[in-house]
Write a protein that binds this ligand. Structure first.
Ligand code: NZQ
Ligand code: ZN
Length: 386
């Protein structure tokens, strides 16, 4: 294990009625002006909007709305939110939605308290914001685990970059399974696959020998796989949903990352593909993961074989370590097909005419995986995904 210091700032309210509990217990300590942030309107259809605004009014808050936060939130939308927050003297930001709304608000919270441009500060001068408006998150679409960390993935359309920025930790997160039951099946599956991806990106980091963080991780991965299969058969089952929601949170609350250097190369590549295509995050990951792993598994066969045996229950009997490792990656690819996720960019309507060279050349290279990939190899991987 690498050395670490662990402290966790997000208070979690899990289960039915959590929004009411969280808002009454948490919001009293802040001033009256609340920025209520949400997406394209699903919360109005589901009744969550009425419930949350009712709770805020009952708590004596004035509500300023920040709506229309799109999937893959843009930097321009962040600036709009920061402007609204400043103009309306906002005391607290409440994000109600999926990863996109939750991420956007982390950066709005920081940008609202900053003079200059937060992108320039972080990528130009390496400065991480210190002053931030307090925020809270009510999860309506699970999978990203965005409610549990302070990283936000923002699409900067001018710079053609989809990249992480560091912003505010939400001071609390509401995880009420009932709020997610209206998610379309496609989003449930791509979100849950995103959780599995976060687990794998952590697992395939270093150190590579067996360790407690990886063993907890294996349990989470098995749970995600089992419950994706179950939710496809019983989409209305709230127990299954609650398992998947907590899996998503566990993948991003830092526990699995303790003592590890994570990889996240697949994520960096998918994010940059998103900058060029605005594709769905979980679907993009589903296409890239097996292809990328076929490229690197020979560089860490024991680690991939352990994954094969402990996550997909591949029998190593009669196989070399390399064969077991490969069988695990093929089991992952089969699972992706089985649950209806795409196996190629074509199935996601990403055309062969996409500028994959530019995507590869602008992707951040990570250092945690068994081999540092080059831009040329990322380009090859993208071409193999078509
Ligand atoms: O916008 P509305 O109308 O609310 O509709 C949303 C959106 O169309 C809909 N939705 C949300 N809750 C619903 C619902 N529909 C019906 N019923 C509900 N209860 O779902 C759609 C997708 O929402 P979105 O927030 O975009 O999805 P997701 O949660 O997958 O978030 C994706 C974003 O998170 C980033 C991704 O890159 C992407 O930008 N990620 C953030 C991470 C983080 N901060 O830790 C980690 C991830 O790796 C990821 O990169
Ligand atoms: Zn992800």
């Amino acid at each position: 294990m690498n050395d670490f210091v662990y402290e966790y700032p997000v208070k979690v309210y899990f289960g039915a009625g959590s929004a009411s509990k969280a808002i009454s217990e948490e919001l009293a300590q802040y001033g009256p002006n609340v920025l209520l942030a949400y997406g394209g309107g699903s919360i109005r259809k589901t009744g969550i909007y009425d419930e949350i605004t009712g709770l805020l009014r009952a708590a004596g808050k004035n509500i300023t709305e920040f709506s229309g936060i799109m999937s893959n939130p843009t930097y321009a939308k962040v600036q709009e939110g920061a402007e609204l927050a400043r103009k309306n003297h906002i005391d607290f930001i409440l994000a109600v939605g999926g990863g996109s709304v939750i991420d956007c608000c982390k950066i709005v919270a920081a940008q609202a308290r900053m003079e200059g441009d937060i992108w320039e500060a972080q990528y130009g001068r390496g400065e991480i914001p210190e002053q931030m408006l307090p925020t809270g998150a009510v999860v309506t679409a699970f999978g990203t685990g965005a409610e549990m960390n302070n990283g936000a993935v923002i699409t900067n359309e001018e710079r053609l970059m989809k990249a992480p920025l560091a912003g505010a930790y939400h001071s609390f997160a509401v995880l009420d399974p009932e709020y997610t039951m209206s998610m379309p099946e496609k989003q449930v599956i791509s979100g849950a696959f995103d959780t599995l991806s976060h687990c794998m990106e952590t697992y395939f980091g270093t150190p590579r020998e067996d360790n407690v963080s990886d063993e907890i991780n294996e349990a989470i991965m098995r749970n995600v796989i089992r419950n994706i299969r179950r939710t496809l058969k019983e989409p209305g089952n709230e127990h299954i949903r609650s398992e998947l929601i907590w899996d998503a949170a566990m993948a991003e609350n830092g526990i699995l990352k303790l003592g590890k250097t994570t990889d996240f190369q697949c994520h960096m590549l998918e994010h940059q593909l998103g900058a060029y295509t605005n594709c769905n995050h979980g679907q993009g990951l589903a296409v890239i993961h097996p292809v990328l792993y076929r490229h690197i598994c020979k560089d860490a066969p024991e680690q991939f074989a352990r994954f094969a045996e402990n996550v997909f229950r591949i029998d190593p009997e009669g196989k070399t370590v390399e064969e077991t490792a490969r069988a695990g990656i093929e089991a992952l690819a089969d699972f992706i097909r089985e649950i209806g996720l795409p196996g190629s960019f074509r199935e996601m309507n990403i055309g062969a005419d996409t500028d994959f060279r530019a995507v590869a050349d602008t992707t951040m290279l990570t250092g945690g995986c068994c081999r540092r990939l080059t831009a040329d190899e990322l380009y090859e991987i993208l071409r193999e995904c078509i």
